[in-house]
Design a protein around this ligand. Structure first.
Ligand SMILES: NC(=O)c1ccc[n+]([C@@H]2O[C@H](COP(=O)([O-])OP(=O)(O)OC[C@H]3O[C@@H](n4cnc5c(N)ncnc54)[C@H](O)[C@@H]3O)[C@@H](O)[C@H]2O)c1
Length: 273
């Protein structure tokens, strides 16, 4: 496969924040990108576009034709009522995996989250890094939906031979915006590098990896991602002085923001109906 013709990637949730970074960067690495989302962005860029709902199997079947890799990002990215999480994140993720098998797509890469393990305490990871082999400790219904995502990925890898990678993304934004994000930041460019590495890794069966940049203060073990070819280039340290100057709170290790890997998500309650 030449650099100019890696194959076709379908990105669900392509209109969102992470999707916007990936649909800008992956075509430059030779991928033909097809975006899929409830909405169409004003300027989708050099990609094909399909408007649809991940809860709609027919829309997914149409979008997956001729696809080599599905990158599944679509969903609610924060805490919400369980019925909404169930519909969009849990049933929607099931539908995406099932459509991939139905349409003979060999590989699915999904956006899991650090909130699948958000209730681990930072104090226990001062001198060591947290691995991907710890038991899940979700910090929200949202985090629970990411544990489901990792579980159905494992099941479909074993049952159907699907190649699956689940990325526990830290914080993928243009810049880190808080002290916590200095530890959890995944730069947009490293996000593109990571998803590209997972899309091209040979011999992928099933892997969970953490998704972050080469941050000096990270708590998460990047080795599983590095073994699959990810080489991060960015470090949040470049933004440390700016973040510190903007910080409005004093650093209190008992503040949930600093106590738990999931930060303030451990205090989030679902909105009222
Ligand atoms: N941004 C981060 O730092 C971060 C961290 C951890 C995990 N994640 C995960 O990465 C993914 C993308 O996050 P994001 O920050 O880009 O979120 P986002 O809200 O910006 O994008 C999500 C996209 O999904 C689409 N969507 C929602 N429901 C849909 C449905 N039923 N069918 C089709 N499309 C639907 C939305 O329209 C939106 O464009 C999410 O699954 C999120 O949980 C993101």
């Amino acid at each position: 496969m030449s650099d100019q013709e890696r194959g076709r990637i379908l990105i669900t949730g392509a209109a969102g924040g992470v999707g916007t970074f990936l649909r800008a960067g992956l075509p430059e690495l030779g991928w033909a990108v097809r975006g899929f989302d409830l909405v169409t962005p004003p300027d989708p860029g050099p990609v094909e576009w399909r408007t649809g709902d991940v809860g709609d199997p027919a829309a997914l079947d149409a979008a997956m034709s001729g696809v080599d890799v599905v990158v599944h990002l679509a969903g609610i990215p924060v805490e919400d009522r369980f019925d909404r999480i169930l519909k969009t994140n849990i049933d929607g993720t099931y539908q995406v995996f099932d459509a991939a098998v139905r349409n003979d797509v060999p590989r699915v890469i999904t956006a899991s989250s650090n909130h699948a393990v958000g209730y681990y305490e930072r104090a226990d990871y001062q001198d060591t890094l947290i691995g991907t082999d710890v038991r899940p400790r979700p910090d929200t219904y949202y985090g629970v939906s990411k544990v489901f995502m990792e579980a159905i990925g494992s099941f479909y890898a074993d049952r159907h031979g699907l190649e699956v990678a689940c990325v526990r993304i830290g914080s993928c934004f243009q810049e880190p915006r808080s002290r916590r994000m200095l530890d959890t930041w995944l730069s947009p460019a490293d996000g593109v590098r990571l998803f590209h590495a997972l899309a091209t890794a040979p011999d992928l069966r099933y892997e969970i990896v953490y998704g972050l940049s080469a941050n000096k203060t990270a708590w998460w073990d990047l080795e599983p991602a590095r073994r699959l070819g990810y080489e991060p280039q960015d470090d949040s340290d470049a933004f440390a002085a700016k973040v510190e100057a903007l910080a409005t709170d004093s650093y209190d290790p008992e503040d949930p923001e600093y106590k738990y890997l999931g930060g303030r998500f451990t205090t989030h309650v679902p909105p009222e109906a």
